[in-house]
Design a protein around this ligand. Structure first.
Ligand code: ZN
Length: 245
């Protein structure tokens, strides 16, 4: 123990250097946990932004302060666009993609090959594949993949609607563009089995493929670069040989 500390102890000041030692970490912690606002309106706005995924309090504050600098009319337009998006957006009755009406713009486009259906997990995957500009068919959005551990079974997905759709339409090919995970493969296997037992109105046998496994196993489709995703679609493979059971 140093001479200074001993002297402090003798004079009853022992707590003083000890407090100094702990002060930086405590105050740092406090700084991170609580943000002091002089306006509850500002605080409420920051708290709402901080609820968004991937947005921390500091980023939320930066976004709110940016809005504060904008013209009030622009901020009103911003909030109106968000509000209308939430209340008026619909899901396509055919493929479950987002739409402005009952049918999405992809299903309504007569230039697209409606006999070729690309099955995806969610809307983000539709956007990712559309960005490659390499696919001219239509989609079917499952709304997730079978994952018993997360409590997601086939009934919570749009699998039944897909089976009915294939029975009704002259579908020639199904392309599975699911994330290459155990859950993705389980979903492919389940749908394939379902199709095997379902009556088909198709005169020609249904071709079932999956996108090439250029993406790492366990990876996320939406984070793949466009080149990898485009190549995966071009080099798609038969499900029988490449999907693990
Ligand atoms: Zn659609």
């Amino acid at each position: 123990m140093s001479v200074v500390r001993n002297k402090c102890k003798e004079r009853g000041l022992w707590k003083f250097p000890s407090t100094i030692e702990h002060q930086p970490s405590n105050s740092h912690k406090q700084y991170l946990c609580t943000m002091q606002f002089s306006s509850s309106l500002l605080e409420n706005a920051v708290n709402e932004f901080a609820k968004l995924p991937g947005i921390g309090k500091k980023t939320a504050l930066r976004l709110v302060l940016h809005l504060l600098k904008q013209d009030p009319g622009d901020v009103h337009h911003f909030s109106e666009v968000m509000s209308r998006m939430r209340s008026e957006i619909k899901f396509c009755q055919r493929c479950f993609n987002v739409a402005d009406g009952d049918i999405c713009s992809i299903c309504a486009n007569s230039m697209r090959k409606s006999e070729m259906i690309c099955i995806v997990e969610n809307i983000r995957d539709v956007i990712a594949i559309e960005s490659t500009q390499q696919f001219n068919g239509v989609y079917h959005v499952l709304g997730g993949v079978i994952s018993p551990l997360d409590g997601i079974g086939p009934d919570q997905l749009t699998i039944e609607a897909l089976i009915h759709r294939i029975e009704k339409e002259q579908t020639a090919e199904l392309i599975f563009a699911l994330n290459p995970t155990i859950q993705g493969d389980t979903t492919i296997y389940y749908i394939q089995k379902k199709l095997g037992t379902a009556p088909s109105a198709n005169a020609t046998p249904l071709r079932i493929t999956t996108i090439a496994r250029g993406i790492a196993f366990g990876g996320e489709l939406e984070y793949a670069d466009e080149m990898t995703l485009a190549r995966s679609l071009q080099n798609r493979l038969p499900v029988d040989k490449y999907v693990s059971r």
